[in-house]
Write a protein that binds this ligand. Sequence first.
Ligand SMILES: O=c1ccn([C@H]2C[C@H](O)[C@@H](CO)O2)c(=O)[nH]1
Ligand SMILES: [Zn+2]
Length: 135
Amino acid sequence: MENSEIKKLIEEAHKVKEHSYSPYSHFRVGAAIKMDDDQVFTGANIENVSFGATNCAERSAIFTALSAGYKPKSINAIAVAGDTKDFLPPCSICRQVMVEFCDPETPVYLTREDESILTTSVRELVPFAFETMDM
Ligand SMILES: O=c1ccn([C@H]2C[C@H](O)[C@@H](CO)O2)c(=O)[nH]1
Ligand SMILES: [Zn+2]
């Protein structure tokens, strides 16, 4: 993806971060995903007093796109934004959800406070993934 496009996607991730519901951790995260028709979906982390019911930003964005009717494997890129000094990596639950709905080569853009970008991929985040074809 072009640099300006990546920056725009990251901007969207920062914007939706403002909608984070995180009264327990006070850790706000936003994610933005770009679909194969250039549509962008966003999601924030939504916590719960029953901590296990919390939904991360990445899953919020992916589930929003799927709920809007997008098919698996129609995600072209994922950007994650927080307020961290170092790059904010997706948790393992979100990584497994990415495996289900993204091609392994899908770029995942991680960001940090100084606005630098680390480009990784679903494959790199989940090597030797458990996939539907393994069942
Ligand atoms: O990549 C990440 C890491 C954490 N969180 C959320 C989950 C929880 O609400 C809070 C603290 O873990 O941050 C995300 O949304 N995405
Ligand atoms: Zn997660």
